[in-house]
Design a protein around this ligand. Sequence first.
Ligand SMILES: NC(=O)c1ccc[n+]([C@@H]2O[C@H](COP(=O)([O-])OP(=O)(O)OC[C@H]3O[C@@H](n4cnc5c(N)ncnc54)[C@H](OP(=O)(O)O)[C@@H]3O)[C@@H](O)[C@H]2O)c1
Length: 365
Amino acid sequence: MKMAPLSVYLAFYTSLFKGLAALAFARVYTSQRPSTRDLNGQVAIITGANSGIGLSIAVQLAKQGATVYLACRNLQRGEKAVDEVISKVGEESKGRVHCWQLDTSDLNSVRNFSKRWREERTKINMLVHNAGIASPPSGSPSTTKDGKSLVYVTNFLGSFLLTHLLEEHLAGDARIVLTSSTGHHAAAEMPFLKPQKSTPTSPPSLFTRLKKSICNTLGLEVSSAPEYGLSKAQQVLFANLLQHRLSSLGQARTAHVFTPGFTSTPIFGKFDVTWKTWLANPVFSALKATERYVAVSTDEGATTGSWLAAGEVRDGGGYWEWQRRETSLVDFMRDVLGEVEFGKRAGEEWGRWERDAGVQWECPV
Ligand SMILES: NC(=O)c1ccc[n+]([C@@H]2O[C@H](COP(=O)([O-])OP(=O)(O)OC[C@H]3O[C@@H](n4cnc5c(N)ncnc54)[C@H](OP(=O)(O)O)[C@@H]3O)[C@@H](O)[C@H]2O)c1
Protein backbone atom coordinates (compact mmCIF):
# COMPACT_ATOMS: atom_id res chain seq x y z
CA MET A 1 0.00 0.00 0.00
CA LYS A 2 1.40 3.41 -1.00
CA MET A 3 1.59 6.18 1.57
CA ALA A 4 -1.23 8.67 0.94
CA PRO A 5 -0.47 12.42 0.85
CA LEU A 6 -0.11 14.07 4.25
CA SER A 7 -3.22 16.16 3.58
CA VAL A 8 -5.33 12.97 3.64
CA TYR A 9 -4.10 12.08 7.13
CA LEU A 10 -4.49 15.67 8.26
CA ALA A 11 -8.11 15.84 7.05
CA PHE A 12 -8.98 12.54 8.72
CA TYR A 13 -7.32 13.18 12.08
CA THR A 14 -8.74 16.73 12.19
CA SER A 15 -12.19 15.29 11.60
CA LEU A 16 -11.63 12.59 14.22
CA PHE A 17 -10.33 15.12 16.74
CA LYS A 18 -13.33 17.39 16.11
CA GLY A 19 -15.66 14.41 16.57
CA LEU A 20 -14.04 13.48 19.87
CA ALA A 21 -14.05 17.09 21.05
CA ALA A 22 -17.74 17.31 20.18
CA LEU A 23 -18.43 14.32 22.43
CA ALA A 24 -17.17 16.35 25.37
CA PHE A 25 -17.82 19.99 24.47
CA ALA A 26 -20.77 20.14 22.06
CA ARG A 27 -22.86 21.91 24.68
CA VAL A 28 -20.70 24.98 24.30
CA TYR A 29 -21.07 25.03 20.50
CA THR A 30 -23.47 27.42 18.80
CA SER A 31 -26.82 25.71 18.23
CA GLN A 32 -27.52 24.30 14.81
CA ARG A 33 -30.14 25.86 12.57
CA PRO A 34 -33.04 23.50 11.84
CA SER A 35 -34.31 23.44 8.27
CA THR A 36 -37.29 25.68 7.50
CA ARG A 37 -38.13 24.12 4.13
CA ASP A 38 -41.77 23.58 3.37
CA LEU A 39 -42.28 19.81 3.28
CA ASN A 40 -46.00 19.84 2.64
CA GLY A 41 -46.97 16.92 0.45
CA GLN A 42 -43.72 15.07 1.17
CA VAL A 43 -43.60 11.65 2.83
CA ALA A 44 -41.01 10.48 5.38
CA ILE A 45 -40.34 7.07 6.89
CA ILE A 46 -38.25 7.15 10.06
CA THR A 47 -37.15 3.91 11.70
CA GLY A 48 -36.81 3.73 15.47
CA ALA A 49 -38.95 6.86 15.75
CA ASN A 50 -40.71 6.15 19.02
CA SER A 51 -37.94 7.67 21.11
CA GLY A 52 -34.78 9.74 21.15
CA ILE A 53 -33.28 11.07 17.93
CA GLY A 54 -35.82 9.34 15.66
CA LEU A 55 -38.75 10.89 17.52
CA SER A 56 -37.15 14.30 17.39
CA ILE A 57 -36.60 13.98 13.62
CA ALA A 58 -40.26 12.94 13.23
CA VAL A 59 -41.44 16.02 15.14
CA GLN A 60 -39.23 18.37 13.12
CA LEU A 61 -40.27 16.95 9.72
CA ALA A 62 -43.95 16.97 10.74
CA LYS A 63 -43.57 20.62 11.86
CA GLN A 64 -42.33 21.39 8.36
CA GLY A 65 -45.50 19.86 6.93
CA ALA A 66 -44.37 16.34 6.00
CA THR A 67 -46.48 13.23 6.38
CA VAL A 68 -44.46 10.99 8.67
CA TYR A 69 -44.46 7.24 9.18
CA LEU A 70 -42.90 6.16 12.45
CA ALA A 71 -41.53 2.68 11.80
CA CYS A 72 -41.35 1.08 15.25
CA ARG A 73 -40.88 -2.43 16.55
CA ASN A 74 -43.41 -1.96 19.33
CA LEU A 75 -46.78 -0.59 18.21
CA GLN A 76 -47.82 0.51 21.67
CA ARG A 77 -44.70 2.64 22.07
CA GLY A 78 -45.14 3.79 18.47
CA GLU A 79 -48.74 4.97 19.00
CA LYS A 80 -47.67 6.84 22.11
CA ALA A 81 -45.01 8.56 20.01
CA VAL A 82 -47.63 9.47 17.37
CA ASP A 83 -49.59 11.26 20.12
CA GLU A 84 -46.42 13.02 21.24
CA VAL A 85 -45.65 14.22 17.72
CA ILE A 86 -49.20 15.53 17.30
CA SER A 87 -49.13 17.26 20.68
CA LYS A 88 -45.84 18.99 19.76
CA VAL A 89 -46.78 19.88 16.18
CA GLY A 90 -50.45 20.70 16.68
CA GLU A 91 -53.85 19.14 15.99
CA GLU A 92 -53.59 20.04 12.31
CA SER A 93 -50.95 17.30 11.95
CA LYS A 94 -53.46 14.60 12.92
CA GLY A 95 -53.95 12.36 9.93
CA ARG A 96 -50.42 12.80 8.66
CA VAL A 97 -48.58 11.09 11.52
CA HIS A 98 -48.71 7.29 11.42
CA CYS A 99 -47.04 4.32 13.04
CA TRP A 100 -46.24 1.09 11.23
CA GLN A 101 -44.66 -2.00 12.73
CA LEU A 102 -41.06 -2.64 11.75
CA ASP A 103 -38.42 -4.67 13.54
CA THR A 104 -35.12 -4.03 11.80
CA SER A 105 -33.53 -7.04 13.51
CA ASP A 106 -35.99 -9.35 11.73
CA LEU A 107 -35.63 -9.45 7.95
CA ASN A 108 -39.12 -10.93 7.61
CA SER A 109 -40.50 -7.89 9.37
CA VAL A 110 -38.55 -5.69 6.92
CA ARG A 111 -40.05 -7.64 4.01
CA ASN A 112 -43.56 -7.33 5.46
CA PHE A 113 -43.18 -3.60 5.93
CA SER A 114 -42.01 -3.18 2.33
CA LYS A 115 -44.84 -5.38 1.03
CA ARG A 116 -47.38 -3.30 2.89
CA TRP A 117 -45.84 -0.12 1.53
CA ARG A 118 -45.94 -1.51 -2.00
CA GLU A 119 -49.62 -2.29 -1.63
CA GLU A 120 -50.77 0.86 0.09
CA ARG A 121 -48.50 3.79 -0.44
CA THR A 122 -46.92 6.08 -2.95
CA LYS A 123 -43.59 7.84 -3.22
CA ILE A 124 -41.14 8.27 -0.35
CA ASN A 125 -39.30 11.59 -0.18
CA MET A 126 -37.32 10.86 3.00
CA LEU A 127 -36.15 7.51 4.28
CA VAL A 128 -34.38 7.86 7.62
CA HIS A 129 -32.60 4.78 8.94
CA ASN A 130 -32.25 5.59 12.60
CA ALA A 131 -33.20 2.45 14.57
CA GLY A 132 -30.27 1.18 16.56
CA ILE A 133 -28.98 -0.48 19.68
CA ALA A 134 -25.68 -0.02 21.46
CA SER A 135 -25.64 -3.63 22.62
CA PRO A 136 -27.99 -6.61 22.86
CA PRO A 137 -30.29 -6.31 25.88
CA SER A 138 -28.60 -7.69 28.98
CA GLY A 139 -29.06 -11.43 29.37
CA SER A 140 -30.57 -11.92 25.90
CA PRO A 141 -28.87 -13.58 22.90
CA SER A 142 -26.38 -11.51 20.97
CA THR A 143 -27.38 -13.18 17.71
CA THR A 144 -30.55 -13.37 15.61
CA LYS A 145 -32.40 -16.68 15.14
CA ASP A 146 -30.26 -17.43 12.09
CA GLY A 147 -27.02 -16.73 13.94
CA LYS A 148 -26.16 -13.23 12.70
CA SER A 149 -24.98 -10.52 15.06
CA LEU A 150 -28.01 -8.73 16.50
CA VAL A 151 -26.20 -5.39 16.46
CA TYR A 152 -25.25 -5.83 12.78
CA VAL A 153 -28.77 -6.75 11.65
CA THR A 154 -30.57 -4.16 13.79
CA ASN A 155 -28.25 -1.26 13.03
CA PHE A 156 -27.33 -2.00 9.47
CA LEU A 157 -28.56 -5.05 7.54
CA GLY A 158 -32.26 -4.27 8.07
CA SER A 159 -31.67 -0.78 6.58
CA PHE A 160 -29.78 -2.25 3.62
CA LEU A 161 -32.66 -4.60 2.83
CA LEU A 162 -35.33 -1.96 3.45
CA THR A 163 -33.63 0.50 1.07
CA HIS A 164 -33.35 -2.19 -1.59
CA LEU A 165 -37.00 -3.23 -1.28
CA LEU A 166 -38.28 0.35 -1.25
CA GLU A 167 -35.95 1.68 -3.94
CA GLU A 168 -38.61 1.71 -6.65
CA HIS A 169 -40.89 3.74 -4.37
CA LEU A 170 -38.39 6.52 -3.76
CA ALA A 171 -39.33 9.90 -5.20
CA GLY A 172 -37.09 11.41 -7.88
CA ASP A 173 -35.44 13.70 -5.33
CA ALA A 174 -35.60 11.31 -2.35
CA ARG A 175 -33.14 11.67 0.52
CA ILE A 176 -31.90 8.56 2.32
CA VAL A 177 -30.36 9.44 5.67
CA LEU A 178 -28.60 7.13 8.13
CA THR A 179 -27.92 7.87 11.79
CA SER A 180 -24.35 6.71 12.29
CA SER A 181 -21.93 7.57 15.08
CA THR A 182 -18.56 9.08 15.86
CA GLY A 183 -17.87 5.51 17.04
CA HIS A 184 -17.66 4.44 13.38
CA HIS A 185 -14.02 5.60 13.49
CA ALA A 186 -13.32 2.72 15.86
CA ALA A 187 -13.97 0.28 13.02
CA ALA A 188 -10.44 0.91 11.73
CA GLU A 189 -9.42 -2.55 12.86
CA MET A 190 -12.31 -4.23 11.09
CA PRO A 191 -11.80 -6.67 8.23
CA PHE A 192 -13.49 -4.75 5.43
CA LEU A 193 -11.25 -1.76 5.92
CA LYS A 194 -8.03 -3.48 6.83
CA PRO A 195 -6.64 -6.68 5.35
CA GLN A 196 -7.15 -9.40 7.93
CA LYS A 197 -3.95 -9.98 9.80
CA SER A 198 -4.90 -13.56 10.47
CA THR A 199 -6.69 -16.10 8.33
CA PRO A 200 -9.68 -17.96 9.81
CA THR A 201 -7.45 -20.99 10.36
CA SER A 202 -4.62 -19.18 12.11
CA PRO A 203 -4.66 -19.21 15.94
CA PRO A 204 -5.93 -16.09 17.75
CA SER A 205 -3.26 -13.65 18.90
CA LEU A 206 -1.84 -13.72 22.43
CA PHE A 207 -3.75 -10.53 23.26
CA THR A 208 -7.07 -12.03 22.09
CA ARG A 209 -6.45 -15.21 24.11
CA LEU A 210 -5.49 -13.21 27.20
CA LYS A 211 -8.58 -10.98 26.90
CA LYS A 212 -10.81 -14.03 26.47
CA SER A 213 -9.31 -15.76 29.45
CA ILE A 214 -9.72 -12.66 31.69
CA CYS A 215 -13.36 -12.27 30.54
CA ASN A 216 -14.05 -15.94 31.27
CA THR A 217 -12.41 -15.81 34.69
CA LEU A 218 -14.30 -12.68 35.76
CA GLY A 219 -17.55 -13.72 34.07
CA LEU A 220 -17.57 -10.59 31.86
CA GLU A 221 -19.88 -10.25 28.87
CA VAL A 222 -18.10 -9.76 25.57
CA SER A 223 -18.11 -6.06 24.69
CA SER A 224 -20.45 -5.11 21.85
CA ALA A 225 -18.46 -1.91 21.17
CA PRO A 226 -16.49 -3.34 18.20
CA GLU A 227 -19.68 -4.66 16.59
CA TYR A 228 -21.39 -1.34 17.19
CA GLY A 229 -18.49 0.58 15.62
CA LEU A 230 -18.49 -1.74 12.64
CA SER A 231 -22.27 -1.44 12.10
CA LYS A 232 -21.90 2.35 12.16
CA ALA A 233 -19.01 2.21 9.67
CA GLN A 234 -21.12 -0.04 7.45
CA GLN A 235 -23.76 2.69 7.42
CA VAL A 236 -21.13 5.22 6.31
CA LEU A 237 -19.88 2.91 3.57
CA PHE A 238 -23.43 2.14 2.47
CA ALA A 239 -24.33 5.85 2.11
CA ASN A 240 -21.20 6.31 0.05
CA LEU A 241 -21.82 3.31 -2.24
CA LEU A 242 -25.53 4.01 -2.52
CA GLN A 243 -24.73 7.54 -3.68
CA HIS A 244 -22.47 6.05 -6.35
CA ARG A 245 -25.34 3.88 -7.47
CA LEU A 246 -27.82 6.76 -7.57
CA SER A 247 -25.42 9.07 -9.39
CA SER A 248 -24.36 6.43 -11.89
CA LEU A 249 -28.03 5.88 -12.74
CA GLY A 250 -28.32 9.62 -13.35
CA GLN A 251 -30.77 10.07 -10.48
CA ALA A 252 -31.26 13.15 -8.30
CA ARG A 253 -31.86 10.99 -5.22
CA THR A 254 -29.21 11.39 -2.53
CA ALA A 255 -27.83 9.38 0.40
CA HIS A 256 -26.34 10.97 3.52
CA VAL A 257 -25.01 9.78 6.84
CA PHE A 258 -24.52 11.75 10.04
CA THR A 259 -23.36 11.44 13.62
CA PRO A 260 -25.52 12.97 16.33
CA GLY A 261 -22.46 13.17 18.57
CA PHE A 262 -23.12 12.53 22.25
CA THR A 263 -26.85 13.04 22.63
CA SER A 264 -29.02 12.56 25.67
CA THR A 265 -31.57 9.86 24.78
CA PRO A 266 -33.16 6.73 26.31
CA ILE A 267 -30.40 4.62 24.72
CA PHE A 268 -28.28 5.10 27.84
CA GLY A 269 -31.02 3.72 30.06
CA LYS A 270 -31.10 0.49 28.08
CA PHE A 271 -28.04 -1.08 29.65
CA ASP A 272 -26.97 -1.41 33.26
CA VAL A 273 -23.53 -0.38 34.34
CA THR A 274 -21.77 -2.46 36.97
CA TRP A 275 -18.07 -2.86 37.71
CA LYS A 276 -18.11 -5.69 35.19
CA THR A 277 -19.47 -3.38 32.49
CA TRP A 278 -16.72 -0.86 33.27
CA LEU A 279 -14.16 -3.57 32.59
CA ALA A 280 -15.85 -5.09 29.55
CA ASN A 281 -17.20 -1.94 27.92
CA PRO A 282 -15.50 1.16 29.37
CA VAL A 283 -16.56 3.50 26.55
CA PHE A 284 -20.31 2.90 26.87
CA SER A 285 -19.97 2.95 30.67
CA ALA A 286 -18.21 6.33 30.60
CA LEU A 287 -20.83 7.75 28.22
CA LYS A 288 -23.63 6.56 30.45
CA ALA A 289 -21.95 7.97 33.57
CA THR A 290 -21.44 11.41 32.01
CA GLU A 291 -24.59 11.71 29.85
CA ARG A 292 -26.38 14.03 32.24
CA TYR A 293 -23.47 16.50 32.36
CA VAL A 294 -22.01 16.34 28.89
CA ALA A 295 -24.49 15.10 26.25
CA VAL A 296 -26.45 17.59 24.15
CA SER A 297 -30.25 17.67 24.09
CA THR A 298 -32.08 15.16 21.92
CA ASP A 299 -33.31 17.88 19.56
CA GLU A 300 -29.81 19.28 19.10
CA GLY A 301 -28.41 15.81 18.35
CA ALA A 302 -31.17 15.18 15.83
CA THR A 303 -30.92 18.49 13.96
CA THR A 304 -28.35 17.46 11.35
CA GLY A 305 -30.46 14.38 10.56
CA SER A 306 -33.73 16.25 9.98
CA TRP A 307 -31.84 18.98 8.08
CA LEU A 308 -30.35 16.40 5.71
CA ALA A 309 -33.70 14.63 5.33
CA ALA A 310 -35.39 17.94 4.48
CA GLY A 311 -33.10 18.22 1.46
CA GLU A 312 -30.80 21.03 2.56
CA VAL A 313 -27.80 19.27 0.97
CA ARG A 314 -27.96 18.22 -2.66
CA ASP A 315 -24.49 16.72 -2.79
CA GLY A 316 -24.85 13.16 -1.49
CA GLY A 317 -22.56 10.45 -0.17
CA GLY A 318 -21.07 12.45 2.68
CA TYR A 319 -20.64 12.04 6.42
CA TRP A 320 -22.01 14.98 8.45
CA GLU A 321 -21.58 16.28 11.95
CA TRP A 322 -23.10 19.45 13.35
CA GLN A 323 -24.24 20.43 9.82
CA ARG A 324 -20.67 20.17 8.53
CA ARG A 325 -19.27 17.70 6.02
CA GLU A 326 -16.49 15.79 7.78
CA THR A 327 -13.93 13.21 6.68
CA SER A 328 -15.20 9.76 7.59
CA LEU A 329 -13.18 6.61 8.02
CA VAL A 330 -14.51 5.52 4.63
CA ASP A 331 -13.31 8.74 2.90
CA PHE A 332 -9.95 8.22 4.55
CA MET A 333 -9.63 4.58 3.52
CA ARG A 334 -10.58 5.39 -0.06
CA ASP A 335 -7.68 7.86 -0.23
CA VAL A 336 -5.25 5.56 1.54
CA LEU A 337 -6.11 2.43 -0.43
CA GLY A 338 -6.65 4.05 -3.80
CA GLU A 339 -9.76 3.62 -5.95
CA VAL A 340 -8.98 0.13 -7.25
CA GLU A 341 -8.28 -1.57 -3.92
CA PHE A 342 -11.06 0.35 -2.18
CA GLY A 343 -13.53 -0.66 -4.90
CA LYS A 344 -12.47 -4.30 -4.57
CA ARG A 345 -12.95 -4.37 -0.81
CA ALA A 346 -16.14 -2.33 -0.88
CA GLY A 347 -17.50 -4.68 -3.56
CA GLU A 348 -16.73 -7.70 -1.39
CA GLU A 349 -18.46 -6.07 1.55
CA TRP A 350 -21.52 -5.22 -0.56
CA GLY A 351 -21.59 -8.86 -1.71
CA ARG A 352 -21.65 -10.00 1.94
CA TRP A 353 -24.58 -7.69 2.63
CA GLU A 354 -26.42 -9.08 -0.39
CA ARG A 355 -25.87 -12.66 0.75
CA ASP A 356 -26.85 -11.89 4.34
CA ALA A 357 -30.00 -10.08 3.21
CA GLY A 358 -30.81 -12.74 0.60
CA VAL A 359 -31.08 -10.30 -2.29
CA GLN A 360 -29.30 -9.41 -5.49
CA TRP A 361 -28.56 -5.72 -5.83
CA GLU A 362 -26.00 -4.64 -8.34
CA CYS A 363 -22.90 -3.27 -6.64
CA PRO A 364 -22.18 0.32 -7.63
CA VAL A 365 -18.37 -0.04 -7.67
N1 LIG B 1 -27.57 9.02 21.69
C1 LIG B 1 -26.33 9.10 21.22
O1 LIG B 1 -25.43 9.69 21.86
C2 LIG B 1 -25.99 8.46 19.92
C3 LIG B 1 -24.69 8.64 19.43
C4 LIG B 1 -24.35 8.09 18.21
C5 LIG B 1 -25.30 7.41 17.48
N2 LIG B 1 -26.56 7.24 17.97
C6 LIG B 1 -27.51 6.48 17.15
O2 LIG B 1 -28.73 7.16 17.10
C7 LIG B 1 -29.77 6.24 16.79
C8 LIG B 1 -30.96 6.50 17.69
O3 LIG B 1 -30.59 6.23 19.01
P1 LIG B 1 -31.05 7.12 20.25
O4 LIG B 1 -29.83 7.62 20.91
O5 LIG B 1 -32.11 8.06 19.85
O6 LIG B 1 -31.61 5.97 21.23
P2 LIG B 1 -33.09 5.43 21.51
O7 LIG B 1 -33.90 6.49 22.12
O8 LIG B 1 -32.89 4.17 22.24
O9 LIG B 1 -33.65 5.16 20.06
C9 LIG B 1 -33.39 3.99 19.35
C10 LIG B 1 -34.64 3.66 18.59
O10 LIG B 1 -34.37 2.50 17.80
C11 LIG B 1 -35.41 1.58 18.05
N3 LIG B 1 -35.00 0.21 17.82
C12 LIG B 1 -34.07 -0.52 18.45
N4 LIG B 1 -34.04 -1.76 17.95
C13 LIG B 1 -34.97 -1.79 16.98
C14 LIG B 1 -35.43 -2.80 16.11
N5 LIG B 1 -34.94 -4.04 16.13
N6 LIG B 1 -36.40 -2.50 15.22
C15 LIG B 1 -36.93 -1.25 15.17
N7 LIG B 1 -36.57 -0.29 16.00
C16 LIG B 1 -35.60 -0.55 16.88
C17 LIG B 1 -35.79 1.81 19.50
O11 LIG B 1 -37.04 1.22 19.78
P3 LIG B 1 -37.45 0.73 21.26
O12 LIG B 1 -37.91 1.96 21.99
O13 LIG B 1 -38.52 -0.26 21.00
O14 LIG B 1 -36.21 0.16 21.89
C18 LIG B 1 -35.81 3.32 19.52
O15 LIG B 1 -36.98 3.82 18.96
C19 LIG B 1 -29.16 4.85 16.95
O16 LIG B 1 -28.89 4.32 15.68
C20 LIG B 1 -27.87 5.12 17.70
O17 LIG B 1 -26.88 4.17 17.41
C21 LIG B 1 -26.92 7.75 19.18
